[in-house]
Design a protein around this ligand. Sequence first.
Ligand code: BYC
Length: 311
Amino acid sequence: DYGERLEEFEARIARGEKIEPGDWMPAEYRRQLIRMISQHAHSEWVGMLPEGAWITRAPSLRRKLILLAKVQDEAGHGQYLYHAAETLGITREEMVEALLSGKAKYSNIFNYPTLTWADVAIIGWLVDGMAIKNQTMLAQCSYGPYSRAMVRICAEETFHHKQGKEAVLLYAKGSPKQRRMVQDALNRWWWPTLMMAGPHDTDSPHTPLLLRWGIKTKTNDQIRQEFLNEHVPELLDAGLSIPDPDLRYDEKTGNWIHGPIPWDEFWKVIGGEGPMNRHRLEARRRAHEEGRWVREAMEAYAKRRLAQAAD
Ligand code: BYC
């Protein structure tokens, strides 16, 4: 019966076993994973847009090649994640429909504009830095297909993170104009990046169950703290200033403590009212329409191949 199955399921997770697609799982485990993995996949795809906007304006061939490779990686991450979600019994079409209709969420961070080239550098270092903290944790998660997708994604994200850091450090010791640009980018991306880890644990309704079933292995505040402890000293060493007057180092715990996060802005952005939400969804809808003929051609080709194989 359900009680026994649940007990066995939880015992497997406690032993560190991975849950695989055909295995028994509570309906709520399935629902939570579909929610998280599909939102994650949407974030990868919407996440191509702010950086993609700079491909034609990259300042050198080297930077253009790096950016092209990065944006292409993100398309690939979306693919692995949509496939991982499909193993739970939802179709790609249902997920894409939820994104395009505005029903599904995606990361708050991609609803801000990329105003200068330095934004691309800051996204690489900070946004990908936060993503890696979150995804290294998810690589340990109890659902096999998600955890394996995360291992590969983290390896690629590490390259993204390094190229962002390299660029920020270069601009931080560059001309006065470069220094102004990179500082301005940091000022604008700092708070949205801290919000990426999700609301404080006290305001995070999903965390307790996700922890219990090993979908998350750390809380939102733990991830945010790891991000701060790594990045704050490095940003300060680079001669940049962090736009948080209350930021301080706590000797006792060895943690960097941030001031109040503007959560009103977060809830507005994830509710669809951020500066670029409308624009991002329009771009995804347009891409979906413009790609329709490719999907139809592939389907027709696959059907013909199948018919030929049957002959
Ligand atoms: N943005 O109970 P909570 C990337 C929502 S892509 C938007 O704490 P949970 C990259 C949350 O969904 C990075 N919404 O939720 C790509 C929930 O609403 P619903 C994307 C957020 O699930 C391209 C409500 O707030 N990574 O790195 O326990 C280029 C309550 O929150 C956000 C992932 O998606 C947010 N930031 O924890 C470069 C990782 N935070 O669903 C880089 C997978 C919270 O009830 N997801 N909400 O309507 C996760 O790890 C977790 O879902 C979160 C949130 C930590 C994000």
